[in-house]
Every structure is written in structure tokens, then in C-alpha cells.
Ligand binder design. Sequence first.
Ligand code: NAD
Ligand code: IPM
Ligand code: MG
Length: 367
Amino acid sequence: MSSPYKIAVLAGDGIGPEVMAQARHVLAKISEKFGPSFEFTEQLVGGAAIDAVGKALPAETLAACEASDAILFGSVGGPKWETLPPNEQPERGALLPLRKHFGLFANLRPSICYPSLTHASPVKEELIAGGFDVLCVRELTGGLYFGQPKFRGEKDGEMTAIDTMIYKKSEIVRIAHVAFKAAQGRRKQLTSIDKANVLENGILWRATVEEVAKDYPDVKLSHLYVDNAAMQLIKQPRSFDVVLCENLFGDILSDEMAMITGSLGMLASASLGQAKGDGLYFGLFEPSGGSAPDIAGKGIANPIAQILSTALLLRFSLGLEKEAAAIEAAVRKVIDDGLRTGDIYSGAEGTRKVNTAEIGSAIVAAI
Ligand SMILES: NC(=O)c1ccc[n+]([C@@H]2O[C@H](COP(=O)([O-])OP(=O)(O)OC[C@H]3O[C@@H](n4cnc5c(N)ncnc54)[C@H](O)[C@@H]3O)[C@@H](O)[C@H]2O)c1
Ligand SMILES: CC(C)[C@H](C(=O)O)[C@@H](O)C(=O)O
Ligand SMILES: [Mg+2]
């Protein structure tokens, strides 16, 4: 793979376009400073696409993604489209089909609270003194999100809803390998999450992860039921390194991890398929949070999750490690310098409240 790299840009709805603008400034600076060039194709997705062409994932958008090296995604959804039939809504009509279409089964959500930001976390500061750094590895194309049958309607004389949780062993094996390999490159500790005391899925999940663990004797594996995990994350956040979850549990626990770092606006994510021959991955890179209708249009959203997702794109899909690291270092510097969007501003001494564009410009300048 070589420059110019092709990136499909799907900004979407709500704060999506606002934070995406800052990510684009960051990429422009990366080109200027380090040399790689990018070819962007901006495409409609989600509610914006419904409004423009009547479909959450237009064929043209999908074709542009297929012709790209990676997808940079903003966020989709919002109250405006909530009354549409479920399958036509932005999330189920665009985001889930994109994940499934490209086989993006591995969702990495690095949850990092910089030491200078611990005051913004709702957990007791002494519990994360020195920082918090946990990687959530979430299975993304299975479980309740996609299992069939799915049904909502009249059954046995009353309204009934059915969602089906299905995991094949092979799906658990491949995501477990991702998590163990990630742990090997970190603090060598893996916590696997399940509900094996109640769910058949949980029993298969735990037994399969135990089997895969034999290939990774250097990684210390432990298991937690998901309810206990939700509690332990608050009680002793620093006891975690890599956390492996099925799809729904990972969705929920990753928002919790994001709050430990101070805000959902800090949590980046990479959704990856199988590694290609060159060791790189086709992927979709997006903030873990949504379109934030409550703050959209005000220019105050935190663009850091989008900017850090862009760094993950450079690392995993393009192999531009030095450039990715430069973005991450710039974000850390700006946080250390005390700049804060409203979601991470607590009035602490030495900090200053800024808007989306101001923190974006500061990150560009720090690169
Ligand atoms: N990947 C995605 O596109 C994605 C992810 C999650 C939710 N959604 C959709 O977004 C819509 C709104 O969902 P929701 O309100 O439950 O979740 P949300 O993640 O949009 O917002 C939850 C809370 O976090 C805050 N927040 C999120 N991102 C922020 C940022 N960058 N800076 C500052 N604050 C931020 C919001 O202001 C809000 O208070 C729904 O339609 C939902 O389905 C989309
Ligand atoms: C919008 C929604 C479908 C999505 C999910 O549940 O996966 C989001 O919450 C996320 O965390 O990426
Ligand atoms: Mg979520």
C-alpha cells in the first residue's frame, strides 16, 4: 500500500460533521508534516443520506467504501429518524450493515485517561491516580445484534419481541486471538466477560477462551460475569488491562470505560476485519459515542474520539505508525496543557474551557 491513500469519509449526523472537520484538519497537517497524501471521497450516510436520497446506506456510498483503503466514520442517528421502520433507521440501515458487509468482527476501543485528566473522571481520583489505560476488545458481527430469528409482533395473543443470541465457536476463537495478541503487546492480562451462570452462550464463550489461552501461556487470563465486571470497573479500574466481550456486553461496558476516562467524547474505536497479506486491515474508524443530539450544532462537541480514531486508521489500515503516534502525542500534550471541551471541563486549576474548533486547532498545532 502506498500514497495517495484512499479514505472514504462518512461524517453522518449530529456532531458527526463537526468533529469530522477537525479530523480532516489533522490529516491535512499529517500530509504537510510527514508527506503521505490522502484521496478523500465524502459520502452520505445515516439520516443525512435518508434526507438526501431516501436510504441510510446508498449504493454509491457502499461502492466508495469498497474502493477505499479505509473508512473514516462520524456518527449516525437522532430523534428525527426514530419514527422510521427499524430496519430503515440510520443505525440498523447503515452502521450495522457496513460492519457486516466488510466482516469487521474485531472492535478495539482503547480507553485511556491521561494522568492530567483524572480530575474529570466520575470515579474517585485516587482509584485512577497515574492514569487509566484499558483496551476493550468487542466482538462486532455476532450475538444479539445479528442473530436470527428477530421478531416483533403479535404472538400467542400478545405483542412479543424476539432477539436471538448466537455464537459459533469459530467466531469466539477469532476474536479471542485478537484479544490475547493485544494483551501480549500490553500488560499481559486478559479479562474475559460472559454470563456463563445463565447463558448457554456464556458457557461456550468461557470454554472457548480457555482453549485459545493454551496458545498464550504468557498472558494471565481471568473470567468475570458481566454484572460483576460492570461493578469492578468502577471499584478497581486499574485491575484491568485487556477486556474481551461479546457484542452487546462490549457495547455497554465500553461506554462505562469511556466515562472512567472522563467522557464518551474521548473514546476512539477501530473496527477491523481479518488481517490482509501485508499485515494491515481494512477497517472502519469511528468515535464510540453517537450523534449527541443534545449538543449537536453548538460547536462544543469533543473531537478527540474522532481524532484518535483517525490515528487508529493510520496505524491499522495504512501502516503509518509514526504519523499515528504523532497524533496521539499531540492529543496528550493539549490535554496536559489544560485545554478542555465542556464534557471534560471540571474547573480545575490550570485548565481552560474551549470549543470544538479551538481544541482541534490546538491539536493540529501540537503535531
Ligand atoms: N457509531 C454511531 O454512529 C453511534 C454510536 C452510539 C449512538 N449512536 C446514535 O446516536 C444517537 C444518540 O444516542 P445517545 O444520545 O444514546 O448517545 P450519544 O453517544 O450520542 O450521547 C450520549 C451522551 O454523551 C455525550 N457525548 C457523546 N459524544 C460526545 C462528544 N464527542 N463530545 C461531548 N459529549 C459527547 C452526549 O452529549 C450525550 O450526553 C442515537 O440515534 C444512537 O443510536 C450512534
Ligand atoms: C449505534 C449503535 C448501533 C452502536 C452499537 O450498538 O454498536 C453504538 O452504540 C456503538 O457503540 O458503536
Ligand atoms: Mg455504543
